[in-house]
Design a protein around this ligand. Structure first.
Ligand SMILES: [Zn+2]
Length: 342
């Protein structure tokens, strides 16, 4: 089968890889219907995170089960399934508390931008849809593998609710999904920080009440002007750079909370947060814990997070899928590994 392999920064190739097999009784093998490129994949693509050897890449997918191990009971061949980027058993002490991103038996994928994929801990990881979903829902279902769950995690971590003002730092796919999450969780004021027209449009479609195009001190002043001069109750930091964290620290009110889901690079200025009684909570998303509710919202057409995809390519054009996101020509790239079959 074919899949994407990163060889070096800027060098992602479509190449032949070994056919995945059921190796453990708890495994499933799925045929991938759709996969996508994550902002976090770009850390290696841009050479910020190291690439020491050719490595299969990608951690977001949905598709159809082809085979299951003897111990798998919750899904069967023919089921359409989605799973989070962090495989989990969904039964250990951590998972039972909803901390599925930190499953005590956590496993990993071997590159999801591929025609087929071995899913470890299939019973815990995968959620099946009732029957085959409508084709137009597939992009939204795919977002539940990471980006929508991560946006949701930012909002939940920051304590977003019906009485909160929210500012979102980052207009990538995660930031846009965080806007959608904050709106769904009932926040009456949701401020999206973006200076790109296409991304502003998606934020508005997701329910953002305000757009702030300014950055740095001007951006902070604009948010204060919308929040009685004190800043937002909840700031969702969806980038991970030091610059974004400083923007979040400036935009949050005293006693407010920052939901942190951008993979942190650089220092976290703890002292700065201490003197303003600012809370910080976040990390990798508990996808499995959020999946059933978010899948219901997608299947009932209550939310349409698939709007974050503005480029769709066959998997064979994976190099362009990365390049378009790297140069910000695309918000997020969806790839079809089995375009001729589906
Ligand atoms: Zn677990």
């Amino acid at each position: 089968m074919y899949g994407a392999v990163i060889h070096a920064p800027g060098d992602v190739r479509y190449e032949e890889r070994p056919e995945p097999e059921v190796l453990e009784p708890t495994d499933a093998v799925i045929r991938v219907t759709a996969a996508c490129v994550c902002g976090s994949d770009l850390w290696r693509y841009r050479g910020i995170a190291p690439v020491t050897k050719p490595t299969p890449i990608g951690h977001e997918y949905c598709g159809v089960v082809e085979a299951v191990g003897d111990a798998v009971t919750s899904v069967k061949p023919g089921d359409f399934v989605v799973g989070g980027f962090n495989p989990c058993d969904n039964t250990c002490a951590a998972c039972r508390k909803g901390a599925t991103a930190n499953c005590l038996n956590a496993a990993h994928y071997d590159g999801c931008q591929a025609e087929r994929l071995r899913v470890p801990l299939a019973d815990g990881t995968l959620v099946a849809t009732p029957g085959m979903p409508d084709e137009d829902l597939i992009p939204s279902i795919l977002t539940l593998s990471d980006v929508m769950c991560t946006g949701w995690h930012a909002a939940v971590s920051a304590g977003v609710g019906p009485d909160t003002t929210v500012a979102v730092v980052g207009d990538g796919a995660v930031g846009l999904c965080a806007v959608l999450a904050a709106v769904q969780l009932g926040a009456p004021t949701v401020i999206a920080m973006s200076r790109h027209e296409a991304r502003q449009k998606v934020a508005t479609a997701f329910g953002a009440t305000h757009i702030v195009a300014e950055r740095d001190e001007a951006g902070i002043a604009a948010i204060q002007a919308l929040t009685e001069g004190i800043g937002a109750d909840c700031v969702l930091e969806c980038v991970g750079t030091e610059e974004a964290r400083l923007q979040a620290a400036g935009a949050v009110r005293v006693g407010g909370t920052i939901g942190l889901v951008g993979v942190p690079h650089g220092d976290l200025p703890v002292e700065r947060f201490f003197w303003k009684n600012i809370g910080i909570k976040g990390g990798p998303a508990n996808c499995r814990a959020y999946l059933p509710h978010l899948l219901d919202l997608v299947l009932s057409r209550t939310i349409n997070p698939g709007l974050v995809f503005d480029l769709e390519l066959p998997l064979s054009e994976i190099a362009e899928a990365y390049a378009a996101m790297d140069t910000r020509r695309a918000i997020k790239s969806l790839v079809r590994p089995n375009a001729e079959v589906d």
